[in-house]
Each structure stands twice: as structure tokens, then as C-alpha cells.
Design a protein around this ligand. Structure first.
Ligand code: TMP
Length: 221
């Protein structure tokens, strides 16, 4: 089924800067009079916020990899039904901080869970909905780690379960994202996330405005 809206996702390793870029883009699009829904996974709904707390809490070290996968699936199922489908039906541009690619990268390559299982859960939870455009903010793992840790106050104290993973976990996640981008170059645009935030913003805006224009969205720049 096709919807009048346009679904954009932001992906990348922890600390890539996607959340900041998403918020700047949302302001830009709203300023052009475009109806925008901003959301995220996990945690784009009230139920999802509770699931996010379980998933990220640093004390939940004993959460099994398969329970983790199913919780991301539960969060997505609720999010797609409650937020994504209604926004797409209204004709909004959705800016979503992470979606199904994150499950392939983190649970598939990071945790090494079987890909067929992951794809089955993603398909069921997302009701077949896939992003129209994905911005993959790519940055070196050590840079991402430094940025992610800088968010913690006091230093390191608020690291979540993923931020505590070892470097090779994050290297596998990064590689998986880049492999997805090679497989779907039309949908997934790789953006170098190492320059200044302003330079990244310019690149993000250029890619998104071109994609929206190609889909017939009307706006005056
Ligand atoms: P965030 O910090 O970008 O909000 O994401 C929270 C964490 O959840 C991040 O470390 C990536 C992880 N994640 C998965 O492992 N699988 C998923 O399907 C999603 C959506 C996120």
C-alpha cells in the first residue's frame, strides 16, 4: 500500500550526531511550511518509552539477545501502528531516529542473531513499511564513542547498555550499515559525519530537498 506521506530515517553508530541533525532538519522543513512528524525508535510512543527504559538501562546486563530483539520488535509494532501509519496517511514527512536498519545492524551484526529471524520480526512489526529515504551518518567508531561518552554526566556514569559494548561490536554495526547502503544505494544515502555540524546540515538538507522535490512535495526555498 502506498501513502501520501514521505518516510525518512536517520541511522548510524552511537555518537554519529544523527539526533542533532534530525532536529535541525525538522526546524528547516517546518519553516518551509511542510507538515513534519518527528519520532524515534525505541521510544516513539508512551509504551515504547517504557520498552526503551528496559532496553537501555545499564543494570539490565542479563537481558538476553533474543529478548532484546523481541523488545525492539514490540517497540516497532506499537510505533508503526500508533505513529508511522497515521502520519504517512496524513501526508506528513516523517523524520524517524532509527528504524529497521538498526535491528539488522545491531541485533544482526552486533549481536550475531540469525538474519532470517530478524527479517521475519522486522517484516511483522513494520507491517511491510520501509523508509523512502535513509540518511546514514557515517563516522569512525572511536569518534562516535568519544561523542557518545561526552553526553554522559558525570563522565561515563550514564553510559547505556550499548555504549558499554566493546569497540569491535560498534565496528560490526558500522560495517553492517555500510553493507546495507551498498545493497540499497537508492534508498540509503551515506553522509560523512566527521566534518562540522554545519557542513553535515548542508549535505542533509540538499539530499532531503532533492528527494522531496522528486516526490512532488511543494515548498518555496
Ligand atoms: P539511540 O541512542 O540512537 O536513541 O538508540 C538507542 C540504542 O538502541 C542504540 O544504541 C541503538 C539501539 N538499537 C538497536 O540495537 N536495535 C534497534 O532496532 C534500534 C531501533 C536501536
Amino acid at each position: 500500500m502506498s501513502y501520501p506521506g514521505f518516510f525518512i530515517t536517520f541511522e548510524g553508530i552511537d555518537g554519529c550526531g544523527k539526533t542533532t541533525q534530525l532536529s535541525v532538519l525538522a526546524d528547516h522543513l517546518c519553516g518551509l511550511g511542510i507538515a513534519v512528524t518527528t519520532t524515534r525508535e525505541p521510544g516513539g510512543t508512551a509504551i515504547g518509552t517504557r520498552i526503551r527504559e528496559i532496553l537501555l538501562h545499564r543494570d539490565n546486563v542479563h537481558l538476553s539477545a533474543s529478548a532484546e530483539l523481541l523488545l525492539y520488535g514490540a517497540d516497532r509494532a506499537q510505533h508503526v501502528a500508533e505513529v508511522i501509519i497515521p502520519a504517512l496517511s496524513r501526508g506528513d514527512v516523517i523524520l524517524c531516529d532509527r528504524f529497521s536498519d538498526a535491528t539488522i545492524a545491531y541485533q544482526g551484526s552486533g549481536r550475531k542473531l540469525p538474519m532470517e529471524t530478524i527479517e521475519g520480526i522486522i517484516g511483522y512489526a513494520a507491517q511491510g513499511i520501509a523508509p523512502d529515504l535513509t540518511l546514514l551518518l557515517d563516522v569512525d567508531v572511536t569518534v562516535g564513542q568519544q561523542r557518545a561518552h561526552r553526553r554522559g554526566v558525570p563522565a561515563g556514569a550514564s553510559d547505556d547498555r550499548f555504549e558499554r559494548e566493546k569497540i569491535d561490536f560498534h565496528e560490526r554495526v558500522r560495517e553492517a550499515y555500510l553493507a546495507l547502503a551498498r545493497r540499497e544505494p537508492q534508498r540509503i544515502r551515506v553522509i560523512d559525519a566527521s566534518p562540522s555540524p554545519e557542513a553535515i546540515t548542508r549535505e542533509v538538507q540538499s539530499v532531503v530537498m532533492d528527494a522531496l522535490a522528486a516526490r512532488g512535495f511543494a515548498f518555496t526555498v
